[in-house]
Design a protein around this ligand. Structure first.
Ligand SMILES: [Zn+2]
Length: 57
């Protein structure tokens, strides 16, 4: 019986773990930044719509 072929996170090298962690971190940051940017863009467009009297809500 051998466990050498078992694949798990414990078998990843340090660099592979760092790469995965960095990727996850970047993804999280980009999601947060994207959501914040979308909210600001939406608010700006919303204000403009009201300023020109465009029916909105
Ligand atoms: Zn509105």
């Amino acid at each position: 019986m051998t466990n050498s072929t078992r694949i798990s996170a414990a078998n990843l090298s340090i660099s592979q773990r760092l790469a995965a962690a960095s990727l996850a971190l970047l993804l999280g940051i980009s999601l947060l930044w994207g959501a914040g940017f979308a909210a600001q863009a939406h608010d700006a467009a919303h204000d403009t719509r009201h300023a020109i009297g465009f029916p909105c809500h």
